[in-house]
Design a protein around this ligand. Structure first.
Ligand code: BJW
Ligand code: ZN
Length: 262
């Protein structure tokens, strides 16, 4: 039995018991859509200092600098389309149906899971496709390609900022609470394309393991989680996830699962 087949067997068994199949994703799942990862060769943090562009201190120091960076990031996210990895997760949701919860907890800010059709996406780190006001409750995802002024201002006069979570900031409370609950309830947690270095997201697989879930990791590189995972699939998400879905199809009847990988 290959590792992919073993992972699929675990998923099928847990799904048959109605146990949640929870995904936790990171930048690696979008790499093959052309959105660069943060760390590693060619990573965003090798080109930009996160202290300057991904903290509230850096933003306050020079809002135009932080905005120039985020505009670049937003352009990449807007130009990207879901790859077979994102689509495989959306297909798992459809294939397993309503009796098996299949939430996707993502650290990504690119909106690609939603674009792929995943319906229950928990955005831990917000979205590059939205802005919010630094003073009032204004929030919007109806943004022009380019702002007339950088940094852009709210109708109330205060600065707008990207609706993302920067280092040192709390994650959206309801979202991280729900993510924790899914980690505790999971039968399987698929951990895909994350270096598992940024807290509190990096703790979710550990929470899941302690609560009895089986953890399947998809990542071409080893991480701190690899030795703890029940199955590690060392390869790119856009190849590994369709293979996993295909193997899962062999475990389920044609009526329950319709996952032709065309
Ligand atoms: C593939 C692939 C392919 C490649 N297929 N895979 C000391 C100890 C512990 C914690 C802290 C500490 N000091 C500070 C903290 C807290 C801090 C933290 O964790 N820092 C660590 C870096 C040390 N966390 C926070 O500040 C968070 N808030 C918080 O904790 O609040 C409470 C608190 C505050 C202060 C102190 C203590 C507690 C907020 C975190 C916000 C993260 N924000 C970012 C930026 C958003 C974008 C923006 O600015 O616009 O979110 S950082 C960046 O990292 C982004 C990502 O979501 C996040 C995670 O990265 P991810 O997704 O894992 O990507 P990579 O690039 O790291 O990895 C990619 C992986 O893909 C690699 O493994 C590849 O191998 C793989 N891959 N191709 C599959 N084809
Ligand atoms: Zn405002």
């Amino acid at each position: 039995m290959t590792e992919v087949e073993r992972a699929a067997a675990i998923m099928a068994e847990q799904a048959a018991r109605g146990m949640p199949i929870v995904a936790l994703t990171g930048a690696g799942i979008s790499a093959e859509s052309g959105v660069p990862t943060f760390r590693g060769a060619g990573g965003i943090w090798t080109q930009h200092d996160p202290e300057r562009v991904a903290t509230i201190r850096g933003f306050r120091e020079d809002p135009a600098r932080a905005w120039a960076f985020h505009q670049q990031l937003r352009r990449m996210c807007r130009a990207a389309t879901p790859n077979p990895g994102h689509l495989a997760l959306a297909w798992i949701e459809v294939a397993l149906g309503d009796s098996v919860p299949t939430p996707v907890i993502t650290q990504n800010i690119d909106g690609l899971h939603q674009a792929a059709g995943s319906r229950d996406v928990l955005e831990l780190h917000g979205s590059a496709l939205r802005v919010r006001c630094t003073a009032c409750d204004y929030r919007s995802d109806d943004l022009p390609d380019e702002f007339e002024e950088l940094p852009p201002h709210c109708h109330c006069g205060a600065l707008l900022r990207p609706d993302v979570v920067w280092f040192g900031e709390m994650l959206p409370e309801a979202t991280i609470r729900r993510a924790h609950r899914w980690a505790e309830a999971a039968g399987v947690m698929l951990v895909i394309g994350t270096s598992a270095t940024v807290q509190p997201a990096a703790s979710l697989p550990v929470v899941a393991l302690r609560a009895g879930a089986e953890v399947i990791e998809v990542n071409p590189e080893p991480t701190a989680l690899t030795v703890m995972a029940d199955v590690a699939l060392p390869g790119p998400a856009a190849t590994m996830l369709p293979a996993l879905v295909s193997a899962l199809g062999d475990h389920l009847s044609g009526e329950t699962l319709d996952v032709r990988m065309e």
